[in-house]
Write a protein that binds this ligand. Sequence first.
Ligand code: PEP
Ligand code: MN
Length: 342
Amino acid sequence: MLVVMQANASEEEIGAVCKQIEALGLKPHPIYGETRTAVAVVGNENGIDLGSLELMPGVADCLPVTKPYKLVSRELKPDDTILVIRTPGGDVKVGGAHIGVVAGPCSVESREQAFAAAERVKAAGVGLFRGGAFKPRTSPYSFQGLGLEGLKILSEVRERFGLGIVTEAVDNESLELVEQYGDVIQIGARNMQNFSLLKRAGRSRKPVLLKRGMSATLEELLMAAEYVMSEGNYNVVLCERGVRTFSDHTRNTLDLSVVPAVQRLSHLPIMVDPSHGTGVRRKVRPLSRAAVAVGADGLLIEMHPDPDRALSDGMQSLSPDEFDTMMRDVRQIAGVLGRVVN
Ligand code: PEP
Ligand code: MN
């Protein structure tokens, strides 16, 4: 249920509503929107009578939320969430008029490789750097990432270039480390329904980049985000990264139509990852352009200083020069739409 506060409700009145919800044994989630504050009450499986809330000072209305996902849904928060990612180089915004780009290699391979990539990411005017230290690989014999050493390299990148760090956590143990060294916790496609990991990310104070599972429906994606938010972390950005289909000219099929579908149902920003979404280098630029044209709130791009020698995902990684060209294109398309690219 959603307790909608009056436009002029005071902090004390909002606080009293939250206390009353807790007194009933439930969890309040205050949502501060542009035009109104609402307090969501979730987890009322036993149908506790919430009638008392309607009569409290400052309360305008109590509305049922009809969707299975609550905190994620637009019913609950009509205006777009603009995620603000704090980086040493300044805030990077994702959502609303802001298109956030995350770029860098698939994996951190060495300090030299990460620095070479970061230099070009920074030069392209992009504020967020990616690079996996813990890699979920299909084969146990493939490069698994540098682990903690990789995170330390990423934090050097952070200090040296002022870039925010986006990196994947694959389990609770790596999540603690990612939380310590990174700025955004990435949950990968293979872990989109790892519910204990989602809950752990929900208890973190760092923003979460949640990738769509390779055979996840829209509702499953939104429910995964709900897991994170239900634990109190409202800083979630979704990411479309391609799904499995019969189509075999690309590694995955990038489902760009999910972008407007998500935006209709949810206030959360959604990025697109055309690198994993296609698996093919020459398809990354056209699909980046398409992603921005369709309204994506961000792009996740694999870029490697020497793609042909990459230890993972070289086939889909752009060279730094190709990355520059792509960025030029997407900035122009964003401008037509009245949006800015970080
Ligand atoms: C990645 O971003 O490097 C990655 C492994 O992506 P996904 O989880 O989408 O496969
Ligand atoms: Mn990759």
